[in-house]
Write a protein that binds this ligand. Structure first.
Ligand SMILES: [Zn+2]
Length: 249
């Protein structure tokens, strides 16, 4: 794959840094002197904006432009609505990451031609949260995205089959590793929490994870906030407090 990278840090004529990309004429030009650095750039999708870096793949006739620090590849651009809609649900970061990676696959496979973005997103959230043992109700998805239960289940079944998503449930040790890393506190806390989790008598793996991490943080005097931890685990702060009380008795 041959990729042409154009230096758009400054204009070769007047040294101005105001290089703009015109999405109508497909030109990179200097806003100060009007010098056109490159014209007829093969573009599938591009936005007007202050260009920082431009990658052009002439063979595939694709362009990716870094506008204000964000790399906009054609796939990334199609992902933008997914990111925005996903934020309507408060999910742990590792779940969000999983949802996004599956949605990306859907976009790459052009499933957006057969199903609406919201159907794909709500079905994916349903699948991932179910797999991770996070209590997300179909009712909530319907209310947020306006997608009917029947459609969520149908699309979920399709995605699950297409990408072979029948992965095993995460065990407590895996949850502890992922969540301490979500909280940027991996290392000693991870090891101690895993040790403590083995002594806990709690069935729900996410609650067990939260309690173990909290107890470990107290023992190691690592600062942590209960609501942050509860959020990261996808449980309520109240559930965490209640189970802490139980395990301390
Ligand atoms: Zn110039």
């Amino acid at each position: 794959m041959q990729v042409l990278i154009i230096d758009v840090s400054k204009c070769p004529e007047c040294n101005s840094t105001k290089i703009q990309f015109n999405s109508k004429t497909h030109e990179l030009y200097c806003q100060e002197c009007g010098y056109v650095m490159q014209d007829r750039i093969p573009v599938i999708e591009a936005k007007y904006g202050k260009a920082e870096k431009v990658y052009i793949n002439p063979k595939e006739k694709k362009i990716a432009i870094v506008i204000k620090g964000i790399l906009k590849s054609p796939i990334e651009k199609k992902m933008t609505p997914f990111y925005a809609e996903l934020k309507k649900f408060r999910l742990p970061k590792y779940v969000e990451a999983e949802v996004i990676s599956i949605c990306k696959k859907c976009v790459e496979e052009k499933l957006t031609m057969s199903y609406s973005k919201l159907k794909l997103l709500s079905a994916t959230i349903y699948l991932v949260s179910k797999r991770e043992g996070i209590p997300i109700m179909i009712k909530g998805l319907t209310k947020t995205y306006g997608v009917e239960k029947y459609d969520i289940l149908k699309v979920a079944k399709f995605i699950s089959k297409k990408f072979n998503l029948k992965l095993p449930n995460g065990d407590v040790e895996n949850y502890i590793i992922r969540i301490t890393s979500d909280l940027n506190k991996e290392g000693e806390l991870t090891r101690e929490a895993i040790k403590i989790s083995k002594t806990l008598n709690i069935c729900n793996p996410l609650i067990k994870t939260a309690v173990a991490i909290w107890l470990a943080s107290q023992k190691l005097k690592i600062k942590l906030k209960k609501y942050e931890l509860a959020n990261a685990c996808g449980i309520s702060e109240l559930t965490l407090r209640r189970n802490l009380r139980k395990s301390l008795n």
